[in-house]
Design a protein around this ligand. Structure first.
Ligand SMILES: Cc1cc2nc3c(=O)[nH]c(=O)nc-3n(C[C@H](O)[C@H](O)[C@H](O)COP(=O)(O)O)c2cc1C
Length: 355
């Protein structure tokens, strides 16, 4: 067995998982919109940023924990919402939740999940619900009520998907070969047959306020790439803004999240939390994202790759990220995520936080 802390384990993760997935599943997981420009640039964009490490600081005790939406998380990364986890492994979201609970990582549960909210919550994980809102907002009610009853700690509103970007798999569409029990088990039966259940094309800031009122939970807006939009979210009452390109699966040619993040952090200031995902693949990426202004980072595809081995695989992913993140923090002279705030090398007027 490889050492879970070695970078080769993380580096080889996607390739190993590919061998265990059917072609439709692999194509679904790796799918990128358009010509794949945004998806292709995501990981490399973290490597374009440069850090100014501190030295002569005691890094004997490093504490990577963060407080997210008023709750402590032992690590500054979480699981991004992804659907069809039960197509990857029979235990699906529950396996991811168990491993994430043990690691002290937040898990964001896709509204299309194939495991019930109650089963996920029973693992003890801190979990947030991800939603797309339908044209008829009232149809979202039962899903939201179920999530609140099961103890969701926040609602993540995905705003980059007024339509699902087209894609053309070489074989069958995964949705056509997927077991119906792998997805959307938290909706009422027949939900999709109801008029008004299609994704809303008219989302606006008022929906943030509506979701907050409707659930009583903090609302995070996922899919923001611009400072001006981030401000609109905060003004509408968002507790968090999540910089994301949906893994490069929506608008191709969108800029990388590593590039967008500092502008969003500057626009939001300390009025809301800022998260980021897209191409985060190692502990150094985690450190770089924190330095660029994120309060936490989220990981999408690597969780699915690790989930090929069920709970043990996801546990190993968390363990490998922890080893690497702590090493990167020590090398940068940072004891806590807050210490990373002045690491990024940028023009003075672009710095996310004053030095
Ligand atoms: C297979 C797959 C399914 C996804 N499903 C959802 C979803 O249901 N809701 C959502 O908001 N984002 C979804 N996403 C986007 C992820 O939450 C996240 O933004 C993206 O995967 C991050 O990039 P990364 O895969 O490079 O880490 C999905 C991504 C993938 C790869």
């Amino acid at each position: 067995m490889d050492d879970p802390g070695s970078s080769s384990w993380l580096t080889g993760l996607a390739a190993r998982a590919a061998g265990s997935m059917s072609t439709p599943l692999r194509e679904y997981v790796e799918h990128a919109a358009g010509a794949g420009v945004t998806a292709g640039e995501a990981a490399a964009a973290w490597g374009e940023l440069r850090l100014r490490p501190h030295v002569l600081r005691d890094v004997t005790d490093v504490d990577p924990s963060v407080e997210l939406l008023g709750r402590s998380a032992r690590v500054p990364w979480g699981v991004a919402p992804t659907s069809l986890q039960r197509a990857v492994h029979p235990d699906g979201e529950v396996a991811t939740a168990r491993a994430s609970a043990a690691a002290g990582a937040v898990m964001v549960v896709s509204s299309n999940a194939g495991s019930t909210f109650d089963d996920i919550a029973a693992t003890g994980v801190t979990w947030w619900l991800q939603v797309y809102l339908p044209s008829d907002r009232t149809l979202a009610g039962p899903l939201l009520d179920r999530a609140v009853a099961a103890g969701a700690a926040a609602v993540v509103l995905t705003v980059d998907t007024p339509v699902v970007a087209a894609w053309h798999p070489s074989e069958a569409l995964i949705w056509d070969v997927a077991d119906p029990g792998w997805t959307r088990v938290n909706f009422d039966p027949g939900y999709e047959d109801q008029p008004g259940s299609e994704k809303a094309l008219d989302l606006g800031p008022h929906d943030i306020d509506w979701l907050r009122e409707r659930t009583g939970l903090p609302v995070v807006v996922k899919g923001v790439l611009r400072g001006d939009d981030a401000r609109r979210c905060v003004q509408a009452g968002a507790a968090g803004v999540w910089v994301s390109t949906h893994g490069g699966r929506q608008l191709d040619r969108s800029l990388s999240t590593a590039v967008a993040l500092p502008e969003v952090r500057r626009a939001v200031g300390d009025e809301a939390e800022v998260y980021v995902d897209g191409g985060v693949r190692c502990g150094l990426d985690v450190l770089t994202a924190l330095a660029a202004g994120a309060d936490a980072v989220f990981v999408g595809r690597p969780v699915l790759h690790a989930l090929v081995d069920g709970e043990a695989g996801v546990a190993r992913l968390h363990a490998a990220l922890l080893v690497e993140t702590v090493e990167a923090m020590r090398l940068a002279g940072c004891r806590t995520p807050a210490d990373t705030r002045d690491l990024l090398a940028m023009a003075p007027d672009e710095r996310p936080h004053p030095l």
